[in-house]
Design a protein around this ligand. Structure first.
Ligand code: SAM
Length: 291
């Protein structure tokens, strides 16, 4: 809020004119919607939603009817000026995405930046977020963490990100599509080692919710012969001191550097094995285990 002295208990009845309400909606279980979110969706001048069919499901379940307009990554550039104009004219607007918190890997981030620039007030009505739901149910350190969202698709960018993730000391949260999960798990095994702790959360808050772990290689085994469907969030434990001497990606990089400097594969492997307290054969085989 622009008025730093305001507090919710002193605010006028919601929704107020001229404000964009960024409303969190459920990530599966529709009963996770809050009373406050329902009140806003019912009483704003209009609801801007990613896909009107998805939002109608919530509206119908709770017998709410209101004007819906579509606002998504394909039309946000065209629609943003109209939303700004409506807010400046005193309308109240709710922004929702298909699921969870708008702005978290969903439309919302850009319009929030535009409105901030225009000096228009925004209020977030908090709701479910897959990242946080998965994190707190993982049992992994959660008071400080890194949210990666979706990894890049281009392999060179992806490898760079995976290399950074492998060195994070904090728990990392990753969103992944079901058809790329097996590839991601293989990549994490190579970059972080198959012993790293992980939790794959599938279908959070839904009927067939699953939490799969305990190590990366366990998750690979679990999904090996399965066709993966549903929505997936991956929680990866950060590196600890013991692991830092055993990072396959760093070892492979060192190996290449030594070979570029003229050492044979055998000599480079022997050197790195001694330096890292590992078997020479393990290092030797790394060069053949490229993704
Ligand atoms: N804005 C949403 C939020 O607050 O979580 C995230 C939207 S992003 C486009 C969709 C991704 O979130 C999915 O591909 C999946 O990685 C994750 N996700 C959403 N719902 C989920 C669920 N019920 N269980 C597990 N992951 C979920």
């Amino acid at each position: 809020m622009n008025n730093n002295n305001s507090s919710l208990s002193h605010r006028k009845e919601e929704p107020e004119n001229g404000i964009l309400y960024i409303v969190g909606t459920p990530i599966g279980n529709l009963n996770d919607i809050s009373q406050r979110a329902l009140n806003i969706l019912q009483n704003v001048s209009l609801v801007a939603c990613e896909d009107t069919r998805q939002t109608k499901k919530i509206m119908n379940k709770f017998n709410i009817s209101n004007k819906l307009i579509s606002f998504n990554k394909h039309n946000s550039l065209i629609k943003t000026p109209k939303i700004v104009k409506d807010l400046k004219e005193g309308k109240s607007i709710a922004l929702v995405s298909d699921a969870g918190m708008p702005g978290i890997c969903d439309p919302g981030e850009d319009i929030a930046r535009s409105l901030k620039y225009e000096g228009i007030d925004m209020i977030c009505v908090p709701g479910a977020c897959a990242a946080i739901t998965a994190l707190v149910s993982s049992g992994l350190p959660s008071s400080s963490f890194i949210f990666e969202g979706f990894l890049p698709k281009k392999q060179s960018d992806r490898n760079k990100t995976l290399h950074e993730i492998s060195k994070n000391k904090k728990t990392t949260i990753i969103y992944e599509s079901p058809h790329r999960l097996k590839k991601l798990l293989q990549e994490l095994s190579v970059f972080c080692g198959g012993d790293r702790e992980i939790m794959v959360a599938r279908e959070l808050t839904k009927r067939f919710e699953e939490h799969i772990g305990h190590k990366i290689d366990d998750a690979i085994d679990f999904f090996k012969d399965k066709e993966i469907t549903g929505e997936i969030t991956v929680i990866l434990k950060g590196i600890d001191k013991k692991m830092s001497i055993f990072n396959e990606s760093d070892l492979r990089k060192d190996l290449k550097e030594l070979m570029n400097a003229g050492l044979s594969l055998s000599a480079a492997s022997k050197y790195l094995a001694k330096k890292n307290g590992l078997k020479k054969g393990f290092i030797y085989n790394l060069i053949k285990r490229q993704i």
